[in-house]
Design a protein around this ligand. Structure first.
Ligand SMILES: Nc1ncnc2c1ncn2[C@@H]1O[C@H](COP(=O)(O)OP(=O)(O)O)[C@@H](O)[C@H]1O
Ligand SMILES: [Mg+2]
Length: 509
């Protein structure tokens, strides 16, 4: 699509109109370049069209209609072509200025309009500054146009996006998992970022293991490994805290009270002892230490939840695995926690526990200079960050509001963004918006998204599988992207690593 596209015919504020050159195609959403008079360059996005002709007036239309037969069909095509041909008809593109680059190559937000009749052309590799900003260091796809994709890579800068949280939204089949695979694969190549994926369907290992860096940078854990690639994940009694147990079931007030008292009395052996002793003995111990007489049923309920947890998480006295996981993440590895064979309760407990340990590790700041930023991928995130769950201030809610201080970030994936708490949505500074079937979900994102994506409404509505709108804080505008298909990306990624180095962009906000 690069090359001459037309000429600017009107500009007011950031709005511009241009005439589309004959035989050229411009589509909704296309990003184009206007060459200014002094060597500066304006980037615009076409969002609508109108067709005008010197025949457009009532008289003209009436005259043309008179050339049709009674059924409204053309009788003499040659004659009609004569009237319509030549320069009588023009297609006018309506566009919005996105940003511009001055003669020194500096990126600026719109400050002035281009002049009348400036040339409009398609994007090409000449547009270094813009392309470098869009490419980032974690490649995800190619810039998309109305009817295809350009050979211009688009991605994100990990160090600018991870700690500012990412949202991935799309209906089932829109390409969310493929996108995570591509992102993980770019992270594997980079080695600069840790990625913790709670893999609910055990779907990522097969794909990611084909990456050339997988051997050194990919680790897989499973509580019941049935394959030789996954390491056994088990949790030591001492690693579980009362709120991990509380994340798995709803407890009454006396039950919560008893739980915390037991933890206070028995310290890091509380869970072991709850599992070991009889409810009646525990009641007696509590009464002896605190003077409070609990009901045996209260203790039985706690014991029962703890027992379930023990089965799910392989609770045992052992050399803990979690510190090893945290170390790998901090060293910039990709860690998959396979959860397919675990129940929803165990899944909840395990993801809460691991995320909490990660938060504690990063908050304690032991190795802050060396630790790499880590992104935590959470699928069907409304289960953890819905309106009700967020109000409970669970670990994920804390991560969303505090993690950026500690070099951590969340990647929240969901089919229905409207189910997430508003406080969560407003904290997501990078959005990958894939196809969303429901209008309610699209409207929710429009109202919460910091980048004004209203103008891209039409595009968002018509996104096909693997297509998305990428909106991130540091980019001046939301970009339409065709996400790489993971298999194709891996096929070409070896080549990409040696490809031309892009110049670093200069950021001026
Ligand atoms: N960018 C893409 N290019 C081509 N095919 C894709 C792309 N993204 C996804 N697909 C295909 O679409 C199907 C569904 O994708 P998936 O990532 O599993 O969707 P989701 O996780 O949103 O349900 C898969 O068969 C996948 O190969
Ligand atoms: Mg999926």
């Amino acid at each position: 699509m690069s090359g001459y596209k037309g000429r600017l015919t009107y500009a007011k504020g950031t709005y511009v109109e241009f005439v589309v050159a004959p035989k050229q195609d411009v589509d909704f959403g296309d990003i184009l370049v206007v060459k200014g008079k002094n060597g500066d360059i304006f980037y615009i996005r076409a969002y609508d069209f109108k067709v005008k002709s010197r025949w457009s007036g009532l008289n003209g239309v009436g005259y043309l209609m008179s050339k049709l037969n009674q059924d409204g069909q053309v009788e003499n095509q040659e004659e009609l072509d004569f009237y319509l041909g030549g320069n009588h008809t023009v297609k006018i593109g309506m566009a919005e200025q996105l940003c511009y680059v001055d003669q020194q190559g500096q990126f600026l937000n719109p400050k002035t309009c281009p002049d009348f009749f400036c040339e409009v052309r398609g994007l090409s590799t000449e547009d270094h500054a813009l392309l470098a900003e869009m490419q980032g260091d974690l490649e995800i796809g190619f810039l998309k146009t109305g009817r295809g994709e350009l050979n211009l890579p688009v991605g994100i800068y990990g160090n600018k996006t991870i700690t500012e949280h990412i949202g991935v939204f799309g209906t089932t089949g829109s390409g969310k998992s493929n996108l995570v695979k591509v992102l993980a694969s770019s992270m594997l190549s980079s080695g600069q970022y840790g990625l913790l994926v709670f893999d609910v369907h055990n779907e990522y290992y097969n794909a990611l293991s084909k990456h050339p860096e997988a051997k050194g940078r990919l680790a897989v854990y499973n509580t019941q490994p049935q394959s030789n690639y996954a390491a056994k994940l088990s949790v030591d009694f001492g690693e579980v805290e009362p709120d991990d147990v509380m994340a798995c079931a709803s407890f009454s007030e006396p039950q919560v009270d008893a739980l915390y008292k037991l933890a206070a009395i028995w310290q890091e052996r509380w869970l072991e002892y709850i599992l070991k002793y009889d409810p009646a003995d525990i009641v007696e111990e509590l009464a002896g230490c605190t003077g409070q007489k609990f009901n045996t049923r209260t203790i039985s309920k706690i014991k029962s939840v703890c027992w379930n947890l023990q089965q799910e998480l392989n609770l045992q006295e052992m050399e803990p695995v979690i510190p090893e996981i945290l170390q790998q993440l901090a060293a910039g590895k990709i860690v998959l926690i396979e959860l397919k064979s675990i129940s929803p309760v165990g899944e909840q407990a395990l993801s809460t526990l691991l995320s909490k340990k990660l938060l504690q590790h990063y908050a304690s700041n032991q190795n802050a200079a060396k630790d790499k930023p880590v992104l935590i991928v959470l699928e069907e995130a409304h289960r953890f960050l819905g309106k009700k769950e967020h109000a409970n201030n669970n670990v994920f809610a804390r991560l969303v509001s505090e993690a950026r201080k500690f070099n951590l970030g969340m990647c929240v994936i969901d089919q229905q963004p409207r189910l997430l708490a508003d406080k969560v949505l407003s904290q997501l500074n990078t959005l990958f918006i894939l196809g969303l079937a429901s209008k309610a979900d699209r409207s929710k994102l429009e109202s919460m998204c910091r980048k004004d994506i209203l103008q891209q409404r039409h595009e968002i509505k018509n996104l096909d599988c693997g297509e998305m709108i990428l909106a991130t804080n540091y980019m001046r505008f939301a970009a339409p992207v065709k996400v790489h298909k993971f298999e194709d990306f891996l096929g070409i990624s070896a080549g990409i690593q040696q490809s031309v180095a892009m110049p670093q962009p200069t950021f001026t906000m």
